[in-house]
Design a protein around this ligand. Structure first.
Ligand SMILES: CC(C)(COP(=O)(O)OP(=O)(O)OC[C@H]1O[C@@H](n2cnc3c(N)ncnc32)[C@H](O)[C@@H]1OP(=O)(O)O)[C@@H](O)C(=O)NCCC(=O)NCCS
Length: 176
């Protein structure tokens, strides 16, 4: 995975040494459930998932340049809802202590640049649950187009069912 740089952030591959910072945000019940996953219950659980991230090479670790701390992740994943090898789905989470500073918008814009200019993707998709207004704003600020709502599209780990708000950006719409 290529390392990507922005004004305040370094987006680099995950490393084993990221475990403590990873567990710090992954155990927070305000973080994972908004992205569809259960908060981590132990550092051991985080270790296993971290090893998967390292092997899969789909997610960048978001590092704050000022402190060299891991504060979140952002990735380009296969989109199970679209049958096109030049499509990827954007996903992201951020440590709650860093919310509201424009950090994820900064990271997402850099990843979109890489997706269209380096990976030559056709389309990047992104989804959020109706209640996740913060993510909605990130998506809007990145220039995504709203496609519609897939009703009752996701059943979560706790059995709850959620609609999925669908967005995409195609290469021709991307302005850099
Ligand atoms: C979604 C998330 C990544 C946003 O990251 P962030 O760095 O805080 O995002 P930004 O600062 O770039 O933008 C957040 C926007 O939400 C707005 N916002 C913050 N709190 C809000 C609230 N309570 N209600 C409405 N809007 C709110 C901010 O004002 C900002 O919009 P603005 O720039 O128009 O003012 C972060 O909240 C997070 O990790 N949430 C948990 C995981 C998650 O939801 N992942 C995405 C799954 S789709």
């Amino acid at each position: 995975m290529e390392t990507l740089i922005t004004e305040r952030l370094v987006l680099r591959p995950f490393r084993k040494e990221d475990l403590d910072d990873f567990y710090e945000y992954a155990k927070n019940p305000s973080v994972g459930p908004n992205a569809g996953w259960k908060p981590h219950e132990s550092k051991e659980e985080s270790r296993e998932i971290l090893e998967r991230f390292i092997a899969e090479e789909e997610s960048w670790a978001i590092i704050h340049k000022d402190t060299d701390k891991l504060i979140g992740s952002i990735g380009l994943h296969n989109d199970a809802r679209r049958n096109n090898s030049r499509v990827k789905m954007l996903g992201y989470v951020l440590n709650e202590a860093y919310w509201g500073q424009g950090i994820m918008t900064e990271a997402a814009k850099r990843v979109l640049k890489y997706a269209f200019e380096n990976l030559d993707l056709n389309l990047v998709s992104v989804y959020h649950y109706p209640s996740n207004i913060r993510s909605k704003r990130v998506i809007e600020k990145c220039g995504f187009h709203y496609e519609g709502t897939l009703r009752r599209a996701n059943e979560l780990y706790d059995g709850s069912i959620h609609d999925s708000m669908c967005y995409s950006l195609i290469k021709e719409e991307y302005r850099g």
